[in-house]
Design a protein. Structure first.
Length: 105
């Protein structure tokens, strides 16, 4: 379940709404396991962080064109982060995403 919480970032490609899938998954299972609670919060925070970084890129694109670099960096961070988090959770370890703004505690 923790692995799928992280992999839910792929759902953004289908439903085009970030944060919703891991939020629902976390709300359903957060009280049943501290492990799932931790991974759920981390996945939610990471998707919120990626959304905020993409908004920064959106603002910077018309201003100076550097937004495309931000978009590319966010995409790489998203893919690499999700892979690392999924592997860690599948091995029963906790994981902290790099460059993650932790709003949900």
């Amino acid at each position: 379940y923790a692995v799928f919480t992280h992999l839910s970032l792929a759902a953004v490609l289908v439903i085009a709404v970030p944060v919703v899938v891991p939020l629902v998954m976390w709300l359903i299972k957060r009280e049943k396991s501290p492990f799932i609670d931790d991974h759920g919060k981390e996945a939610i925070n990471f998707q919120i962080s990626l959304l905020l970084y993409n908004l920064v890129g959106l603002v910077l694109t018309p201003l100076c064109g550097i937004g495309f670099v931000v978009f590319a960096a966010v995409a790489v961070l998203g893919v690499v982060g999700v892979i690392m988090a999924s592997v860690a959770s599948s091995k029963g370890r906790l994981f902290r995403y790099p460059a993650c703004i932790r709003l949900v505690h």
